[in-house]
Ligand binder design. Structure first.
Ligand code: PEP
Ligand code: MN
Length: 264
């Protein structure tokens, strides 16, 4: 179902408010790593609205490497995200990690995110395949293209055809970036599949100084959109403090990406 062989035309995902993912327009998905508070989330929503961003991300269920790190606000976080987004006319995307939370999340998210660590959580993929809600599937930490597309197939095989793929970096021996951004994944996925393909520049690189060139490279390679993390005061962030952009940095980043002419 994911294959270009079964469907020649690009899949275009229609979101509320006439926001589209795939096709002729690029999409910028931005927001904090974690939903931390109402105040923090509303501040980001206001900044994103001002910048012309339509889709706000924010993690409520955080898959942290250490059990002692901030685990997210859970359903409260989803509520805070929804309220802030509604106040500023934005759409929401948030990671769901438990199949039992798929149904309850439908009131709060416009897009369900499945995280890299859960790309092969097959029960979660099946649950996401059973609802009528767009899903953004992240590439696993060390997933091959074939495994990635099979994971998308799990969702689609349950009836949900609104699937988007996102490259978020893979594990390699390289230490100067958090992960290695696999730009070649973009044209390969676009060729092999009809689904929209995005690139998460924050988690793939883990460093702020190369976000703009990486976003431009992604768009030049055919990506339909970019994901980037934005926080009012990154130094105090409860997760990914080292790599989130503050509002000024985000505006500079987005301006540079738009000025390239690659953002449609
Ligand atoms: C995220 O986007 O919040 C996240 C945890 O990313 P990943 O699943 O790609 O590590
Ligand atoms: Mn993060």
């Amino acid at each position: 179902l994911v294959s270009r062989k079964t469907r020649k035309e690009d899949t275009v995902i229609l979101l509320p408010g006439d926001v589209v993912v795939g096709g002729s327009a690029s999409v910028m998905v931005a927001g904090p790593c974690s939903i931390e508070s109402e105040q923090q989330t509303r501040a980001v929503a206001a900044a994103l609205q001002k910048a012309g961003v339509r889709v706000m991300r924010g993690g409520a269920f955080k898959p942290r490497t250490s059990p002692y790190d901030f685990q997210g606000l859970g359903m409260d976080g989803l509520r805070i995200l929804r309220e802030a987004a509604d106040e500023y006319g934005l759409l929401t995307i948030s990671e769901i990690v438990d199949p039992a939370h798929i149904e309850p999340s439908l009131d709060y998210v416009d897009i369900i995110q499945i995280g890299a660590r859960n790309m092969q959580n097959f029960e979660l993929l099946k649950a996401a395949g059973e609802v009528n809600k767009p899903v953004l599937l992240k590439r696993g930490l060390a997933a091959t293209m074939e495994e990635f597309l099979h994971a998308a197939e799990y969702i689609m095989s349950r009836g949900n055809t609104q699937v988007m793929l996102i490259e978020r970096g893979i594990r390699t021996y390289e230490k100067w970036t958090r992960n290695t951004l696999d730009i070649s994944a973009v044209p390969i996925l676009k060729q092999e599949s009809h689904l929209p393909v995005l690139v998460d520049v924050t988690h793939s690189t883990g460093r702020k100084d190369i976000l703009a060139p990486c976003a431009k490279a992604a768009l030049a390679a055919g990506a339909d959109g970019i994901m980037v993390e934005v926080h009012p005061d990154p130094a105090t962030a409860l997760s990914d403090a080292a790599q989130q952009l503050n509002f000024d940095e985000f505006n500079t980043f987005f301006d540079e990406v738009k000025a390239s002419g690659l953002y449609r």
